[in-house]
Design a protein around this ligand. Structure first.
Ligand code: SAH
Ligand code: TMP
Ligand code: ZN
Length: 412
């Protein structure tokens, strides 16, 4: 298929025309880790994104049905890293201090996963509800004392929650809202669910990080939308909501924490105007910016393959570090298989013993890393670089070197 075949794609937010700007080829679902004997059962789709010519929203062209992505065997466990646990604990404390202060406050989290945030809310005895369709992680949350319903959030779930529990002071979502293709239904649901002065807070990968930071491996099936303050503001306006705050946060290499309120209910923080104007100055939603991004990503692929080829020819051993969803994108896009990277280490028990979807790199526990140390480690979990490099300091001392590929290929 050519890009032209997709020129008819319409925007999921406003119905405008979506112009494709990068195609990362046929890809599996990024978290669809398989056992070696299941490796052939991989489901492939065309991973390409484009920008809406009307509302600027960057989005996938083709999508994978949500039931294929979120199910009883969902491999991403949010409590997997210390920095995530800390971040969401701070988040919970902040809500408890600033928003959940009335006589009987209520918070709803869309995509609560293993309860990394709501665990702290439950411990504080505050009324809450997690909405989490992936039953395996929802069970972990429930075991932490979190009240959770195993459903996909949409306007009908919102109506049920409102009928059972009343309105919510806070609706929260992290690394989840950009996963939901039926985002219009979510926003209509908020109109039902939010208290008059309630807020909808969501923390998601930032288009600025993708484009300027060249984090192209953030593109995968689960990331249906790539938000900017500009596109979020435009989207909110269509649903009677208003963007009232936007903060940079360091998660996943650089995200934005957006706060929406009912239009006119809260005074927008100065940060909103500043970020909108910064995005204009950076020409973040201009077609030329997207075209340049596409070319640069092609160059990263060439550089990374050249380096891995050279190291292999020189008899050097390279092992992957971390099997995040990003690893699926980059290995399938570049064609990195076990011939170049014989295995990857990851601390998530649910991924160990499985293969990275499509590229089939075996996932082993972190203990395999030092057994013996490789010459080079290709850092797929680059957003946790500090935590990992500190933990694996002995590798560096033993002469090992880290390979990074975002925003460019370099060895450290
Ligand atoms: N909030 C956690 C988990 C993010 S992973 C974090 O930031 O680390 C995304 C989660 O969203 C998954 O657990 C997935 O099952 C859930 N999810 C996907 N679609 C959803 C929907 N429509 N409603 C609620 N949760 C959803
Ligand atoms: P995430 O960036 O999407 O949270 O995924 C991080 C992945 O990296 C997850 O699969 C766990 C893995 N990881 C390790 O293997 N070791 C580590 O020290 C850290 C922080 C993460
Ligand atoms: Zn649009």
């Amino acid at each position: 298929m050519t890009a032209d075949d997709h020129s008819g794609h319409t925007c999921r937010v406003c119905g405008g025309k979506v112009a494709e700007f990068i195609d990362l080829g046929q890809q599996p679902t990024a978290n669809g880790f398989l056992l070696p004997h299941e490796a052939d059962q991989v489901f492939l789709f065309r991973l390409a994104i484009g920008a809406c010519e009307s509302c600027t929203m960057v989005q996938l062209l083709d999508e994978v049905p949500q039931e294929f992505r979120y199910h009883a065997d969902y491999r991403y466990h949010a409590s997997g890293s210390a920095s995530h646990r800390r971040h969401f604990q701070h988040n919970a404390e902040r809500f408890l201090r600033t928003e959940l202060t009335g006589p009987d406050p209520f918070i709803v989290e869309i995509g609560c996963n293993d309860g990394v945030l709501l665990g702290s809310i439950a411990a504080a005895g505050v009324r809450h509800l997690g909405v989490e369709p992936s039953t395996n992680v929802a069970e972990i949350a429930a075991a932490k004392g979190v009240r959770v319903v195993t459903e996909f959030f949409d306007e009908s779930t919102a109506a049920t929650i409102r009928a059972e529990h009343g309105t919510a002071d806070v609706v929260f979502g992290a690394n989840t809202i950009c996963h939901i293709a039926h985002i219009g239904s979510v926003l209509r649901g908020l109109d039902t669910l939010l208290a008059p002065n309630g807020i909808f807070v969501f923390e998601e990968p930032y288009l600025g990080t993708l484009i300027d930071g060249l984090a192209f491996d953030q593109i995968y099936d689960e990331h249906v939308f790539y938000f900017s303050a500009t596109s979020v503001r435009n989207m909110a306006e269509q649903y009677g909501l208003e963007l009232v705050d936007a903060e940079h946060i360091p998660m996943h290499g650089g995200e934005i924490r957006y706060t929406l309120a009912r239009a006119g209910a809260r005074t927008p923080a100065p940060a909103v105007r500043l970020l909108l104007s910064d995005e204009r100055t950076r020409r973040m939603s201009e077609p030329e910016t997207f075209t340049t991004f596409g070319h640069t990503v092609t160059m990263i692929r060439e550089d990374l393959l050249a380096l891995l080829g050279e190291l292999k020819a020189g008899g050097k051993r390279v092992v992957g570090y971390g099997a995040p969803a990003k690893c699926t994108t980059v290995t399938n896009y570049c064609g990195i298989g076990p011939d170049l990277v014989p295995f990857v280490c990851d601390s998530t028990p649910a991924k160990q013993g499985h293969l990275v979807p499509g590229s089939r790199l075996p996932v082993r526990p972190p203990t395999a890393f030092a057994d013996p140390y490789p010459d080079y480690a290709l850092l797929f979990s680059w957003n946790h670089a500090e935590e990992i490099m500190a933990k694996e300091n002995d590798f560096r001392t033993a002469g090992g070197r880290w390979i990074h590929y975002v925003p460019e290929v370099r060895v450290r």
